[in-house]
Design a protein around this ligand. Structure first.
Ligand SMILES: O=P(O)(O)OC[C@H]1O[C@H](O)[C@H](O)[C@@H](O)[C@@H]1O
Length: 529
């Protein structure tokens, strides 16, 4: 019997679900042979029926596999239990309940949030409650039809690929995902194993975030427009902004309400300036000094800054550069900078100038978190995809603490009557102009794309780095990078969260026109792919 037929005839499915299955095309039916796998940030994919989609059965499957992993790895799992959080997507609460129920069935204590929470708050709670691990139900900024399952270790960071592989193997060992024994949520609650997380944990997280901030005595008033892009940021940030007397916050009303369809944006992604459209309208009205947007699970943040009569959207790299410059020159912080091989090289140069070490990892904050745990000397964790971390009481990127810190940064420079873009320009004047750009290609282009990429560059390049064979002690990865003699570079890798291939470019030159020219040249070369 094919996998599709198994699902079609299973008594675990409801009549409406079977009726839906009956309408599936042959192509759709074939997809039932595919299983879910772990990418950059856990499992992500469309919600729907079948072993290749997220539904109550596959959630049980991955939860059971994760349970097996935790029981193997953490002998104290029975006592310590785990934490489960979720965002505002379709099915997020019910998937969280499914996962909690399965752990309760195995008599494992579960700390479950009663409502949506940002991802960084889950990471914090795992550490605070000394739990053996945690689950976050989210698909970040993916389309509304998707959801996801991120898995965490006891240090509050996402699991590394070896552990994810183990869970994947355990998933494959489950013969029939349709009959995994579990409890209904109502029965699971009766076991007494599912506990609601108290408000105190939230309060402690907020206190930790506030403790990261410098003294506000000398800050001028700062007008900020904030949008949660319909996500979880609205749980934490409006109240945190209000606690800081110098911030006059204006919320984008429609977008500070959680909604699974993200109805007012094409994509709830702070990397994309289109997501700021409503916020920008409000910013003009209130003459905002800064616009802040967090993504749906509030682990990432984007900003827009007023310039002349417009608002300028900063790249993830520019925000990273500004944060580092501010931490080093104004807050006189020390420690190590953790970044990735596809993020700007400018942070490395700034750090080196201050005698500070930078370590670069592969894409994925889990790698950064791994090093923070090992070295315990975090200054800044940073990824070009708008992920930042300063306070190591969280071990994933944190859009909440970063948003607040960016307000302090903006107020600090406002007092000096300096525009943030002027600060960036001063940095470029010192270290050279750095311009970055990311192009995404559809997955169809992906066949041998790294080999094809390398053939585009002649022998005049300084170095071709093939991460597939392993470079600088990094795990082998599907990444190709070409370094040029002037410090510019271009890299390529398949996304691990969306069906696309990403090309990252950094042009280094004397000034903007110079790097504009180089960008045009790189874009032309890449177009041959
Ligand atoms: O480039 P991708 O594989 O799609 O990943 C993009 C981003 O996705 C998630 O947010 C991960 O937690 C990040 O660490 C990663 O940078």
């Amino acid at each position: 019997m094919s996998c599709y037929e198994k699902w079609l005839h299973s008594s675990a499915l409801q009549d409406e679900e079977k009726a839906e299955l009956k309408n599936y095309s042959t192509d759709e039916q074939k997809k039932f042979e595919i299983t879910l796998s772990f990418g950059t940030a856990g499992i992500r994919g469309p919600i729907g029926l079948g072993p290749h989609r997220l539904n109550r059965f596959t959630i049980r499957q991955v939860t059971k596999a994760y349970y097996r992993f935790l029981s193997q790895k953490h002998p104290r799992l029975n006592k310590q239990g785990l934490v489960i959080a979720y965002d505002n997507r379709h099915c997020s609460r019910s998937f969280a309940e499914e996962a909690a129920s399965l752990f309760a069935y195995h008599r494992i204590p579960v700390h479950l949030y009663r409502d949506i929470r940002p991802t960084p708050m889950l990471s914090f709670a795992i550490r605070k409650l000394h739990a053996s691990g945690g689950i976050m139900i989210t698909a970040s900024h993916n389309p509304p039809s998707d959801n996801g399952f991120k898995v965490y270790g006891p240090d509050g960071s996402q699991l590394l690929p070896l552990d994810a592989k183990y869970i994947e193997q355990q998933m494959k060992k489950i013969d029939d995902v349709l009959t995994i024994p579990t409890l209904s949520y109502v029965h699971a609650k009766h076991t007494g194993k599912i506990m609601e997380i108290s408000d105190e944990i939230d309060a402690e997280y907020y206190a930790h975030v506030q403790s990261l901030m410098p003294c506000t005595n000398t800050h001028p008033a700062l007008t900020v427009v904030y949008t949660a892009l319909h996500g979880t940021g609205q749980v934490a940030l409006p109240s945190l902004f209000q606690k800081e007397k110098f911030i006059q916050v204006h919320l984008v009303p429609e977008q500070c309400q959680a909604h699974p369809d993200f109805p007012t944006v094409a994509s709830p992604n702070p990397e994309d300036k289109q997501a700021f459209t409503l916020a920008k309208n409000l910013a003009y009205k209130v003459q905002a000094d800064m616009i802040i947007a967090t993504d749906p699970d509030a682990d990432r943040v984007g900003i827009m800054i007023p310039y002349k009569n417009d608002y300028i959207h900063l790249t993830g790299n520019q925000i990273g550069v500004l944060l580092l410059h501010y931490l080093l020159t104004e807050q006189k912080k020390t420690g190590t900078v953790y970044s990735t091989i596809v993020s700007t090289s400018l942070t490395r140069k700034i750090a080196a100038h201050h005698g500070i070490r930078t370590i670069e990892t592969l894409t994925g904050f889990k790698y950064i978190a791994e090093l923070i745990e090992k070295n315990q000397d975090l200054l800044l964790g940073f990824e070009e995809s708008h992920g930042y971390l300063v306070g190591d009481f969280v071990r994933d990127k944190d859009g909440v603490q970063t948003s607040l810190l960016l307000c302090h940064l903006a107020a600090h420079y406002k007092k000096q009557k300096k525009n943030i873009l002027q600060i960036l320009q001063n940095i470029y004047n010192h270290f050279g102009y750095h311009q970055t750009k990311i192009i995404s290609l559809s997955m169809d282009t992906a066949k041998n794309v790294i080999d094809d990429f390398f053939t585009l560059w002649d022998d005049k390049v300084k170095q071709k780095l093939d991460y597939r064979i392993g470079i600088d002690d990094l795990p082998k990865a599907e990444v190709g990078k070409v370094l040029l003699h002037d410090g510019s570079w271009v890299a390529i890798r398949p996304s691990g969260t969306e069906p696309k291939v990403k090309i990252y470019m950094e042009a280094v030159g004397k000034n903007k026109p110079d790097t504009d020219g180089k960008m045009i040249e790189f874009t032309k070369i890449i177009a041959k792919l």
